[in-house]
Design a protein around this ligand. Structure first.
Ligand SMILES: [Zn+2]
Length: 165
C-alpha cells in the first residue's frame, strides 16, 4: 500500500515502505533525479534526518559511488546535527576523520550549529583525540571554532574531552 505520492515525499517522511516500492520502479533514481524543488531523494534524506531511507539508498548504490558521496554527506549530517543519519553513514563505512574543502574536521563543523548529539558520537570514536588540535584553513582548532561560533554545548564537550586525553 503506497501512501506517499512519490519517492521524494517518502524520503521526507522517512517512509521506508513506500520508498522501497518506488525504488523498484524502473525510472526511479534517488541520486540523480530531482524533485520540483531541485532536491534529490538522497539530498532530502540527509537533510531531513531520514535515516531509514538513507540506509536503503546506501545499500542500493555501488560501493564506489557510495565512497564518492561519503564526505559531503557526513558534513551535511553533522552540520544539521542529524545524528541518526551520521550513525548510518558510519555503519556504511564513511570515514569520521574526513576533511572538507576548508580542511575542517567534522569536529569543526559540529560547532557551526551546536550539533551536540553528533559531536557526542564523534568524540566517542577511538582516535578522535588526535583530531582535537587540527587547524582548518582559517587557522582554528575545533575549540577555537566553538568559541567563534558561540557553540556553548560543543565547547563544553570539547574542553571536557581535552581534559581527559
Ligand atoms: Zn509512505
Amino acid at each position: 500500500m503506497i501512501h506517499c505520492e512519490d519517492m521524494f515525499e517518502a524520503c521526507k517522511k522517512d517512509c521506508n515502505e513506500c520508498f522501497l516500492l518506488f525504488l523498484k520502479e524502473e525510472d526511479c533514481d534517488p541520486i540523480n533525479q530531482t524533485s520540483n524543488y531541485d532536491n534529490t531523494a538522497l539530498g532530502i534524506a540527509i537533510r531531513c534526518n531520514s535515516s531509514k531511507c538513507l540506509d536503503i539508498i546506501l545499500n542500493y548504490i555501488s560501493p564506489s559511488l557510495k565512497n564518492e558521496l561519503f564526505t559531503d554527506l557526513l558534513f551535511i549530517a553533522v552540520g544539521k546535527n542529524n545524528a541518526d543519519c551520521l550513525k548510518i553513514l558510519l555503519k556504511h563505512g564513511a570515514d569520521p576523520f574526513s576533511l572538507n574543502c576548508n580542511n575542517s574536521t567534522l569536529l569543526h563543523t559540529s560547532t557551526l550549529f551546536d550539533s551536540k548529539e553528533c559531536l557526542e558520537i564523534l568524540l566517542n570514536i577511538p582516535g578522535m583525540s588526535k583530531f582535537m588540535n587540527i587547524k582548518n584553513n582559517r587557522g582554528n582548532t575545533p575549540i577555537e571554532d566553538a568559541i567563534l561560533n558561540n557553540s556553548k554545548e560543543c565547547l563544553k564537550m570539547l574542553l571536557n574531552k581535552l581534559k581527559n586525553i
